[in-house]
Ligand binder design. Structure first.
Ligand code: AP5
Ligand code: ZN
Length: 217
């Protein structure tokens, strides 16, 4: 399957993507994780992205679209993928459509995670992620690691993302409403959008998502 995941910062896209990708045997492609990996490896791409990310702004399309397409070109994405955090504005959505058409493939669905703003703020305030792998995500209250500050999956150090500071989160939410929400309408016109509530336990949301996508585990 070829799926795009959308939802505000802190909706649980990364958390759900990890389970959905496993259930559906497709790679989880997160542009946020790709940028963070580039930053920690000190690559040129990471250097270009860092200031934007730290401020909670979008990284320019010229950088982002090329990086996303390079990732989609990898052999493991040939049979399907779960895109998390891309596309994030209409220009990126159009670029993805051009890419898909060029490869004679199409999206199967766009999963829209709905969650009230006050819940998003709580989720982000308590989030801790792993230095070794940004897809290892915890929460100080909702998903505590067995040992404080240590990743259950790989033993890596858990830290708070720089862009999770409250003023950055406000900016990210504003950008979400202004730039990213319009792509939901863009995809509605293509009949691709399924909206689910992202409230409740992580496993419940995963079940809801699998049902909405009409996917068999
Ligand atoms: P990115 O990394 O994509 O961040 P985001 O979209 O803001 O999303 P988050 O990672 O904050 O949240 P999430 O929805 O994945 O939630 P999570 O699962 O962690 O992007 C970061 C930055 O990179 C951007 O600001 C931009 O600068 C740049 N960037 C990335 N893509 C770009 C693009 N395409 N174009 C331009 N720039 C781009 O969950 C949050 C917390 O809640 C966790 O602690 C989790 O444990 C907890 N939680 C999850 N589900 C539940 C639940 N059901 N109940 C209780 N707690 C839960
Ligand atoms: Zn880890």
């Amino acid at each position: 399957m070829r799926i795009v995941l959308v939802g505000p910062p802190g909706a649980g896209k990364g958390t759900q993507a990890a389970f959905l990708a496993k259930n559906l045997s497709i790679p989880h492609i997160s542009t946020g994780d790709l940028f963070r990996a580039n930053i920690s490896q000190g690559t040129d791409l990471g250097k270009q992205a860092k200031a934007y990310m730290d401020a909670g702004d979008l990284v320019p399309d010229e950088v982002t679209i090329g990086m996303a397409e390079d990732r989609l070109d990898q052999p493991d994405a040939a049979g399907g993928f779960l895109l998390d955090g891309f596309p994030r504005n209409e220009q990126q959505a159009r670029a993805l459509d051009v890419y898909l058409a060029r490869h004679e493939i199409a999206l199967d669905g766009v999963l829209d995670l709905e969650v009230p703003e006050e819940e998003v703020v709580k989720r982000i305030a308590g989030r801790r992620i792993c230095r070794n792998d940004g897809s290892h995500v915890f929460h100080v209250e909702y998903k505590q690691p067995k040992e404080e500050g240590v990743c259950d999956e790989c033993g890596g150090e858990l830290y708070r993302r720089d862009d999770d500071a409250p003023d950055k989160v406000r900016n990210r939410l504003e950008i979400y409403h202004r730039e990213t929400e319009p792509i939901i309408d863009y995809y509605k016109k293509q009949g691709l959008v399924v909206t689910i509530s992202a409230l409740g336990a992580v496993a419940e949301v995963t079940t809801r998502a699998m049902t909405a996508l009409r996917a068999d585990a």
